[in-house]
Design a binder for this molecule. Sequence first.
Ligand SMILES: *Cc1c(COP(=O)(O)O)cnc(C)c1O
Length: 427
Amino acid sequence: MIEKTRQLLKTRYRISDELLDLHDRVLEELAPELSYYDEIREYNQLKVTRAFHEERISDSMFSMSSGYGYGDLGRDKLDAVYARVFGAESALVRPHFVNGTHAITAALFGNLRPGDTLMTITGRPYDTLHNVIGIGSKKNVGSLMDYGVNYLEVDFKDGLPDKETIRQMLAEHDVKMVHIQRSTGYSWRPSMNLTVMADIIRFVKEQKDDIIIFVDNCYGEFIETVEPTELGADLIAGSLIKNPGGSIAPTGGYIAGRADLVEQAAYRLTVPGIGGECGSTFGVTRLMFQGFFLAPHISMEAVKGAIFCARLMEHLGYEVKPRATERRTDIIQAIRFGEPGKLIRFVKGIQYGAPVDSFVECEPWDMPGYDDQVIMASGSFIQGSSIELSCDAPIREPYIAYLQGGITFDHARTGILIAVSNTLQQE
Ligand SMILES: *Cc1c(COP(=O)(O)O)cnc(C)c1O
């Protein structure tokens, strides 16, 4: 960094010389790692651009629809662009999904019927899905299990899918759908990179060829050069408040995959028989296109922030997951603090560094959908956006912070320096 940057970080943000030296050293060490992701970004940008060209995206598609929203050309074209980029038959991209959890829920409820069995092979799913499945603290909320869907869970074994148990479960039970979670979520487990995912999808289909493979793709979009739908997954879903929204989409979620399965999910989002053919878009279509166009770039800015943070924390003696030079398939960086004080100070520091609400002191709270108290730093333009620099931590042992996002790598580094400085200062 140039002297002016250094002085400003020192005087305005009280970052120590030691930490600033470490910043420079980390950047130097990571140069080859960062350029690896630049090349993935370059390819994915081209992939998205080509889809815009092939669908002949035009200014006229950005206008607003109202009322029933019949024949909203922009909405239909956005679906088509997503489908092309994800190598899927069809997609459903809507601001009417309130978040990723909602999109995932529509995919599950739309395609499971009473008596069917859902089996996850990546351990306990992401927290907000517990009540959707029926394994959360809320009872009688209309979960899958309330509706008579059976649920089986197979955990990882030594960081990989447990093939032996999966084989056995598939032999013993009539499983309709297998659920795979690509990203770690709030757990100290590996994310599932797409090489491992392709292998396990093949394995599952060898056991039972008509099984539906569903992938929760949250946080994974554009981190590798392919997506799960290009590797045999039948249905995927994710959040536009994360990677594919590119920090520009104001809200929403998406589903992509086999046309019949996407249609069933659309019937769950709206009503049977109407599906994706209604739903006015309130003038947000341009933002959803623009966000998707930017998403390959923005997602990699976030990855770079995560890698930088990992290396810095490794130097400071913390255990991190993934390690700085491990190849990634999502934007999440977990840092293990081992005690609540440091964890909370780190999260607060991320908030102090945010462009919005930097003066706010975040505190642990009982967040809807989560069973433990959670502290969240998200001083973002889009409320709660985790493609913007943000940090979440359930207040439970062993006190792990999950850092993600950063729509510019420059800002992510500043935020991380402030957070680390805040963690260290009060020791
Ligand atoms: C964030 C996330 C979700 C839920 O997405 P929201 O938009 O927060 O509802 C589901 N699964 C995983 C793995 C996630 O990371």
